[in-house]
Design a protein around this ligand. Structure first.
Ligand code: MN
Length: 200
């Protein structure tokens, strides 16, 4: 089954003032669509086209070398953005709760400390990439990936990803990546993170 960009579950302007409507339209309709189109083109006619995108990203090493690079970039871009859209509903924000909150407190000290660690990882990422909360098999960790690399390809389970490509924030924040990173926590949906955490 070819990949598809799912419609957002909220309006393009629903994340304002933290993320503006034009950024959401271009990011979702153009950037994500381009990853999907290129991933589908790379996988077309191969046995890997039948697999869930998560499985493809976990076994990049099994892919034919000729398509490994394009699939890493574009299937990675597809899956990263799937996680991103579902983590950003307009009623997001606040703090985690339940077992997720307990695990965050145990690992990082507090939700604020986690936010700081993810913001620092996002600021430190040179060029384009992502800041992540992952489960690494032993517990929670903050990591950063370059480009559209997925934590799945490193054997980790991504729980929350913050896109730090300029296309995610440039219209509103220009060079001020730290301001974008501070603002996005107003729309992060901890329930979706908790659901992924519970499934690990
Ligand atoms: Mn993006």
């Amino acid at each position: 089954m070819p990949y598809e960009v799912p419609a957002l579950n909220y309006d393009y302007n629903a994340l304002e003032p933290h993320i503006d409507e034009q950024t959401m339209r271009i990011h979702h309709d153009k950037h994500h669509q381009a990853y999907v189109d290129k991933a589908n083109a790379a996988l077309d006619g191969t046995e890997f086209a039948e697999l869930p995108v998560e499985e493809v990203l976990r076994k990049l090493g099994d892919l034919p070398e000729a398509i490994r690079g394009p699939v890493r970039n574009n299937a990675g871009g597809h899956h990263n953005h799937l996680l991103f859209w579902e983590s950003l509903p307009p009623d997001g924000g606040g703090d985690p709760s339940g077992e997720l909150a307990a695990s965050i407190d145990q690992t990082f000290g507090s939700a604020d400390a986690l936010r700081t660690a993810m913001n620092d990882a996002g600021v430190a990422r040179f060029g384009s990439g992502w800041s992540w909360l992952v489960h690494d098999g032993n517990g929670l960790a903050v990591v950063s990936t370059a480009n559209q690399d997925s934590p799945l390809s490193d054997g980790q389970t991504p729980l929350l990803g913050i896109d730090v490509w300029e296309h995610a924030y440039y219209l509103n924040y220009q060079n001020r990546r730290p301001d974008y990173l501070s603002a996005i926590w107003n729309v992060v949906d901890w329930d979706s993170v908790a659901t992924r955490f519970a499934a690990v």
